[in-house]
Design a protein around this ligand. Structure first.
Ligand code: GRF
Length: 212
């Protein structure tokens, strides 16, 4: 059983998609052992409690020094002894040590087709606003492994979503979540849990049998 820790900052709809996928068998060989938030009032924490999953909250606001926060955050992650860390809308700059400790064992969901509309400052509605203001006809979501850069690690899965004339950022965000994020994030966890992913030379490969 792959031990999964999910890190969140907000509503936790991606977290919910993971719970649902575990329940209905789209994710096998994995269990969510903990949910960590940087925000005490994140609704994602309520979702986790309702699902009977252990939670922890580590907020940078509670520490005078960033180094202290980093230390406590890493300890919180380690305390769950995870095999995989999933960033599902975690809006905090990660300590380098955490990234290094979980190299090739940490994934992130980003609401665009990387390398478009990603990097510093591209999060939440901003991504979708920029997609619309560029007049894109297609957008989507990406699951990638986390490295020291911003949205720069090996890409594991991507799914395209159509932009519809008249979309607002909110409408587009919802469609990207429904049609892409909530599907590829659980799929990525299932692939990893079943030994179907290899990260080599900066590329994530899905082992052939999983593709058929
Ligand atoms: C999602 O759009 C995700 O792609 C991004 O943050 C948002 C999180 O939403 N990284 P939720 O908390 O899962 O509802």
């Amino acid at each position: 059983m792959l031990r999964v820790v999910v890190m969140v900052s907000g509503g936790g709809t991606n977290l919910q998609a993971i719970f649902d996928a575990v329940k209905d068998g789209r994710i096998t060989n994995a269990q969510v052992v903990g949910v960590i938030s940087n925000k005490k009032d994140a609704y994602a924490l309520t979702r986790a409690e309702q699902a009977g999953i252990k939670t922890a909250c580590v907020s940078p606001k509670d520490y005078a020094e960033r180094a202290q926060f980093n230390e406590v955050l890493l300890a919180a992650v380690d305390s769950f002894a995870p095999d995989l860390v999933v960033l599902a809308g975690f809006l905090v700059i990660l300590p380098e040590l955490l990234i290094r400790s979980y190299k090739n064992r940490m994934i992130n969901i980003h609401p665009s087709l990387i390398p478009s509309f990603c990097g510093k400052g591209f999060y939440g509605l901003k991504v979708h606003k920029e997609v619309l203001s560029r007049g894109c006809k297609v957008t989507g979501a990406t699951v990638h492994f986390v490295d020291e850069g911003c949205d720069s690690g090996p890409i594991l899965l991507q799914k395209a979503v159509e932009v519809v004339q008249g979309d607002t950022p909110e409408v587009l965000q919802r469609r990207v979540m429904e049609q892409a994020e909530w599907q590829i994030l659980p799929r990525a966890i299932d692939l990893i849990a079943n030994g179907k992913v290899e990260v080599k030379d900066g590329f994530a490969q899905i082992l052939e049998k999983a593709l058929v």
